[in-house]
Design a protein around this ligand. Structure first.
Ligand code: BG6
Ligand code: MG
Length: 223
């Protein structure tokens, strides 16, 4: 048995770097300032989703309506808090296993891309030193449609000059797994089964995930 995967597209927040918790903290601060609470469980629905779409979901949870100006200032305030947190990041913010895998993929000739909804991806890549391990970067500054739309991953495959069917996507968000499947790509979930039950392959995190482990699992999938 074999597989035809030639490139891997990585989500950023919660897959390569430990920033999902910063997003949660910043959204929770905003919710509290607007007078309602926001739990980690509820935060699952915001993962992978663009800043504006996240705000809309948060407001619907708090049963709150804001004017366009108020929405702009709510997003600005959330982002200010978030940027303060990521501005202090170091390479230590890279999640366990991520660097080893990226290095191994480079040596093995497997192409790599970033496929993130975040407009803050350039700052995070710079702070952590991850940029040099990626052949292409697609982030929220280049996309106009939020996951589960496949746009971000299709752009990534295009940059790598690969067909969607030759790409595997690593994602920690249900919306991201859906986006990758909408793009016609294979998916590897990072997280728990109850949240990512649609992923083709599932890992709790990237620790111990090597190209040979991946190749074996990919070969076992139905074509
Ligand atoms: C995704 C995160 O990677 O980026 C979401 O999972 C976030 O939580 C989205 O809302 C947009 O990020 P940013 O940095 O542009 O607000
Ligand atoms: Mg993510």
């Amino acid at each position: 048995m074999s597989h035809n995967i030639k490139g891997i597209i990585f989500d950023l927040d919660g897959v390569l770097v430990d920033t999902a918790r910063y997003h949660f903290q910043a959204w929770r601060q905003l919710a509290e300032s607007l007078g309602f609470s926001f739990t980690e469980e509820e935060n699952e629905r915001l993962k992978g989703v663009s800043r504006r779409a996240s705000l809309e979901i948060l407001l619907s949870m708090g049963k709150l309506t804001l004017s366009e100006d108020e929405k702009e200032s709510a997003m600005a305030s959330k982002n200010k808090n978030y940027v303060e947190m990521i501005g202090k990041m170091t390479p230590e913010g890279i999640l366990p296993g991520a660097l080893d895998l990226l290095k191994e993929l480079k040596q093995s000739g497997i192409k790599t891309a970033l496929g993130s909804a975040s407009k803050n991806a350039p700052l995070i890549l710079e702070r952590t030193g991850l940029a040099r391990y990626l052949d292409a970067v697609v982030d929220g500054n280049r996309t106009s449609r939020a996951k589960p739309d496949p746009e971000v991953f299709l752009l990534g495959a295009g940059d790598l000059k690969l067909e969607p069917g030759e790409c595997l996507v690593f994602e920690d968000a249900a919306a991201g797994i859906e986006a990758a499947q909408n793009a016609g790509m294979k998916t590897a979930g990072i997280g728990r089964k109850n949240q990512l039950n649609r992923a083709d392959i599932l890992f709790p995190n990237l620790q111990g995930v090597t190209w040979s482990v991946l190749s074996k699992k990919l070969s076992d999938l139905p074509r």
